[in-house]
Design a protein around this ligand. Structure first.
Ligand SMILES: CC(C)(COP(=O)(O)OP(=O)(O)OC[C@H]1O[C@@H](n2cnc3c(N)ncnc32)[C@H](O)[C@@H]1OP(=O)(O)O)[C@@H](O)C(=O)NCCC(=O)NCCS
Length: 178
């Protein structure tokens, strides 16, 4: 299995998820509070589907959500990465993040999200990066703002039978370079 390092920051390493990350993923994805934006915790089948989806994304899109580990201890603290999402009848590249609660409020999500944005601009040649965030998810919106993004639009997503208004955040390479 290819546990290749994709991105390294001052405190973090982002690597591709592999099957042996299942238990770590399970820890995050079955936490009701972390999974609030997804309308609740996942069961084991949904965790495996989530992992399979990332592995398929690496193969098909060359990107996906990555495991985020601490450089200092190798501890798995969350996920952050790049995925293709539907917006305005086309596919856009999104930076997304989910972290274990014990590691919130230490700037890790922002550090990982900025690194993913820079990877997309500098290594993948993309000129726009989005984050599509539930209207009530203030913590995530603050990460987007710290990542240099501005809110440009909103729309309603239908998920698990619930109507969820979402805000669309965007940062353009030309603005990031200024
Ligand atoms: C979204 C989520 C990742 C944000 O986590 P977070 O801990 O708030 O974000 P950061 O890691 O960037 O931490 C920022 C906070 O750490 C503080 N901080 C401490 N040390 C810091 C440092 N060295 N650098 C930057 N910020 C630091 C900041 O002041 C900020 O404080 P605040 O939360 O009081 O504003 C987290 O809430 C989460 O996992 N939520 C569940 C999943 C989810 O909703 N994902 C998004 C779906 S769209």
């Amino acid at each position: 299995m290819n546990k290749s390092i994709i991105i390294e920051t001052e405190r973090l390493i982002l690597h591709r998820l592999v099957q042996t990350d299942f238990d770590n993923l399970r820890n995050i994805l079955r936490d009701e509070e972390v999974m609030y934006a997804y309308e609740g915790a996942f069961d084991d089948t949904e965790v495996q589907e989530w992992l399979d989806r990332q592995i398929n994304r690496y193969e098909n899109d060359g990107i996906g959500l990555y495991a985020v580990t601490l450089k200092a201890s190798s501890e798995f603290i969350g996920q952050c990465g790049l995925t293709m999402q539907d917006y305005n009848n086309s596919k856009v590249m999104e930076v997304g993040y989910l972290f274990r609660k014990e590691f919130w409020h230490q700037g890790y999500a922002t550090e990982a999200a900025i690194a993913c944005k820079e990877y997309a601009f500098n290594k993948l040649g993309v000129d726009k990066i989005y984050s599509i965030i539930r209207n009530t998810n203030t913590a995530s919106q603050k990460v987007a703002e710290r990542n240099g993004m501005v809110m440009i639009d909103q729309f309603v997503k239908h998920f698990k039978g619930v109507e969820m208004p979402h805000f669309v955040f965007l940062v353009k390479k030309e603005d990031y370079e200024k």
